[in-house]
Design a binder for this molecule. Structure first.
Ligand code: HEC
Length: 488
């Protein structure tokens, strides 16, 4: 005969109260009802009555949660759980049993999966990512949400939220939208905290992302040498050009808008091909030095561009050197004569020749009053001057050159000309590149009459030069017609 239900209940109650653990058979062998009767009924009574909301245990997670959050249950169940007398399977089996009862409120929220925002530049906001918050599958009642907050409101902001104050019904979720703005580089994280009247409140879900340092847009830059030294250079004489190499080692092209010198006369820009300088490209500015006075000289080249650090400057340095004064020893006048009947000029530095012409032994030649100085012996800084006689069919006149290469060329090209001397006198010659005479010397212009009866005139006078050019002569020689450089 079966034991009356009421009695069985009483016996179980007694056992439960006195020796719950010692008499427990293995959990797996018992039904949900048996387990409930053994472990729960003493406090909760018949599940039908849903005492202390025991039917919330239709979700076994809630039983487990209650074990640790309801002090009465904790005292009773935690030691048994720790001792292995009950386990998750026990709760699952009991939950299955509780599910056979109608009624009871099961109301818990299901937290969504974490939001991972990926990598964003610091200070740049992500797009909004939304998550649904619903009730758990076993819930049978609405849960009212009282607040949705971020534990890291600076970086993870709840920007949209249909949940606050809402009742979340089974099958009818609400939505929370979160935006991420990293405040610093590296891994960033937070939690969205949902407070409700549901079981297990407050609940959270994780939000995370990575901040990276923003890289500014690329700006090009030019590498420019800080200085350029010219060394010593004769006063008034322009040096050879030196190069300023400008390179672009940056990742972006740079446009040079200006290259300026502090003095176009002292530090002239000889060439400049700097315009748009591509990334990795280069350009060159050539500058020369022409000191106006002696002593140390300083200038600048200023390079203006759209690169960083513009304008950039190159400091130019050099020393103006005063040329040693031309020697005065063995200085002799080269005296000019004119023969009116021939219409020819003639210059000679030979004292004997001067004496003969001055004596009138050779008819028709008179001094013009013009002369320049030369040397009658080999002298430092001078060249020997060749003197050719041009036979009558070529003009019956004389021709001088202080430029050795010109002397050689005339010898080859004009075999009829007679080389009277390779050392008619000694005098400096102009710089073959610039045409300039050495500092401290006077330019000697050479003028040619352009006629069949060739005749040349040599003069240090600009006025005479211009008169002769006006009369149809041609200024020959380097630059504007320097062919010799006479000591003053
Ligand atoms: C020693 C007494 C005791 C035992 C044993 C006990 N409970 Fe409870 N239980 C309580 C009390 C008291 C509450 C209500 C506490 C409160 O709401 O503060 C409670 C609450 C609950 C709740 C509601 C939790 C919630 O979040 O609302 C569930 C579900 C529950 N118990 C299930 C069980 C189950 C299943 C067992 C057996 C495995 C069990 N209890 C064993 C005393 C007990």
């Amino acid at each position: 005969m079966p034991i009356p239900r009421r009695l069985a209940h009483a016996v179980t109650l007694a056992l439960c109260a006195v020796l719950p653990a010692l008499v427990a058979p293995p959990a797996s062998a018992q039904s949900g009802q048996q387990l409930y009767t053994q472990w729960c009924q003493g406090c909760h009574g018949n599940p039908m009555n849903n005492k202390d909301n025991v039917l919330g245990g239709k979700d076994w997670n809630i039983i487990k949660l209650a074990m640790d959050t309801k002090p009465t249950m904790t005292a009773e169940l935690r030691p048994a759980y720790n001792a292995g007398l009950i386990n998750d399977e026990t709760f699952q089996t009991i939950a299955t049993y509780l599910q056979t009862f109608g009624g009871g409120v099961v109301a818990a929220l299901q937290m969504p999966s974490a939001i991972t925002f990926g990598t964003l530049n610091v200070g740049v906001a992500s797009s909004v990512t939304s998550r649904n918050i619903s009730t758990t599958a076993s819930s049978n009642a609405a849960v009212q949400i009282s607040s949705v907050t971020s534990t890291n409101p600076l970086e993870f902001v709840v920007v949209s939220n249909t949940c606050n104050g809402a009742f979340v019904f089974p099958g009818s979720p609400c939505s929370v939208g979160v935006q991420f703005t990293p405040a610093a580089a590296g891994a960033r994280s937070g939690q969205i905290r949902v407070t409700s009247n549901g079981t297990g409140s407050p609940q959270t879900f994780n939000v995370s992302g990575t901040g990276q340092s923003g890289t500014p847009p690329p700006t090009g830059s030019l590498n420019v040498p800080s200085s350029l030294a010219f060394g010593s250079q004769g006063v008034g004489v322009q040096s050879a050009a030196q190069s300023i190499n400008v390179s672009n080692a940056s990742g972006a092209s740079v446009t040079v808008s200006g290259v300026q010198t502090s003095s176009a006369t002292e530090f002239p820009i000889v060439s400049n091909n700097c315009g748009s300088v591509a990334a990795g490209g280069a350009c060159t500015i050539q500058v020369a030095f022409k000191p106006p006075i002696a002593g140390s000289r300083v200038g600048t080249i200023t390079i203006t561009s759209d690169g960083s650090g513009s304008p950039q400057q190159v400091t130019l340095t050099g020393t103006g050197a005063t040329a040693p004064p031309p020697p005065t020893a063995n200085k002799v006048p080269a005296v000019e004569y004119f023969n009116a009947s021939l219409g020819h000029y003639f210059t000679t530095a030979y004292a004997a020749e001067i004496a003969v012409l001055d004596s009138g032994q050779v008819g028709g030649w008179v001094r013009t009053g013009q002369f320049f100085y030369a040397y009658d012996v080999t002298t430092t800084g001078t060249n020997p001057v060749c003197r050719f006689y041009l036979p009558p069919e070529y003009g019956n006149s004389h021709f001088y050159s202080a430029i050795p290469s010109e002397c050689s060329a005339v010898l080859v090209q004009q075999p009829a000309f007679i080389l009277e001397s390779s050392t008619a006198f000694h005098i400096a010659s102009p710089n073959p590149t610039t045409g300039d005479c050495p500092a401290g010397t006077l330019p000697v212009y050479r003028l040619w009459n352009q006629k069949a009866d060739t005749n040349h005139r040599f003069t240090t006078s600009v006025v005479i030069r211009d008169q002769m050019v006006a009369a149809g002569f041609v200024a020959e020689g380097y630059g504007i017609g320097y062919t010799m450089c006479a000591p003053p």
